[in-house]
Design a protein around this ligand. Sequence first.
Ligand code: HEC
Ligand code: HEC
Length: 451
Amino acid sequence: MVNYLRFLIFVLFAVALTLPIWASRTVEGQSATEAPTGFDTLTNDATFVSQATHDGDRGTFEERDDVLKGLGPVYNAQSCAECHQNPVTGGISQISELRAGHSDGSGNFVPATLTINDGGGLTGVTIANRSLINQRATCPGVVTDLVTHAIIYNHPNEQAQERVPGTETVRARRMTTNLMGLGFVECISNQTLQSIPNGQPSGMKGELTQVPVAEANGALRIGRFGWKSQDASLLTFAGGAYLNEMGITNRFNLQEVTTLCDDVSDTTPCNNNPQIRCGEDPDNDIDAFARFMRATKAPSRDTRLAATASAQAGASLFHQIGCDVCHISTLTTAAPGTLINGGAFTVPNALGNKIIHPYSDFLLHDVGTGDGIAQVIDPNTGQLDQSMRNKMRTAPLWGVRTRNELMHDGLNYTRNDAILRHANEATGVVNNYRNLSTTQKNQLIDFLNSL
Ligand code: HEC
Ligand code: HEC
């Protein structure tokens, strides 16, 4: 009985607190329509990106790069689709990445420094101040051509394999995230994200990041992409990922992580504009990656499960106990014609005034799972913003049914365990979950499995 009363009071409280979010939603969303959904490779709007262009872009996103194309010297995989693929290209996967660093005397996070080429004849080759660890390298390596059998890459003695020194004691795994529907997320206005904390109770207010947009000369925008909301533009992220995941330099990132055993020039001009340097990406594949992501549909529901009485009861519980304080169910994108990304992108009809159901506020929270990694530069100090070390972006739950290894580090194997791991800002909400009956908990999990 006491539990029930406490539950009821919380419900009223939670409903009152989410009212401002609903209110702003109706004003902005007057002529808004639902965004198209589907785990498919069809364009989200042929008047924005034709099916032929979208298929071509997908081909570029799926293309396996090799040493002759500039792969490496250090990298994580050979194509974007190697990690972003489930159930179709652009989705998610079980592949994780490693980040590392250490705390200095004042408790500040310092990204790792690695010495490579040990025993390789050269001394002192280091990769400094970089928390992303690359788990593959092209050398030591000798590669022959499949057709002519001649040696086309010849670095038998250099050693670029990264090994994390024992002194870099802060280590974190990061799971791959979904890219489907991210064009809609990019088109959420700064103001919409900035107003979200007003509707969240104190102690649960999400923290905004401000991050540079590469294609707008570093103009700042509210972050929303990545586990730390460390990016705001899909083109900026694509340029970063091409270098960081595949080792391919591009017009926004001309400097290799290391030049050891790198045969491909990083000063090649762009094919479409010889005035600009494109490095190892003369065709500007990064534009195709960004256009591909922007033309994907949002993840669809498992409609059969979603229609069950159990999943529908679970959807109500998800709201009633306050999960959607952070995992916001509905957001509306900016109107078509709005200039975003520091003026570098105009919201097209396909992506503007669209209602999406990402189940995220795209803001950072401390739910007791922080990985200790500071990643966003504080624009005021030019230094890493240490306050975000132990915060993570609210994981968007659309498409969560495509994953079994949950949370940023993939260390929770059931929905129940992932929920119970939430603490700190989420303590009250998770206690509400604990107080649910077994039937209700199963209903909530049926709902999650329908997303
Ligand atoms: C080795 C696996 C791997 C490869 C290859 C890879 N990614 Fe990712 N991707 C990840 C992981 C892991 C994350 C989450 C990163 C983080 O925030 O720590 C991610 C996140 C992203 C995001 C942010 C999504 C979100 O949730 O906000 C974008 C955009 C993205 N990747 C685009 C790309 C593009 C474009 C390529 C190819 C150039 C690429 N990725 C290649 C693993 C990969
Ligand atoms: C205070 C904000 C907050 C509240 C309240 C909250 N979450 Fe979360 N949730 C997060 C954050 C942040 C993450 C990412 C944590 C991480 O990966 O370390 C997350 C992650 C998750 C994940 C893992 C998703 C994935 O793709 O790995 C699930 C499932 C989840 N939450 C469900 C719930 C449910 C159900 C509730 C209500 C009982 C809830 N959350 C309440 C912020 C919140």
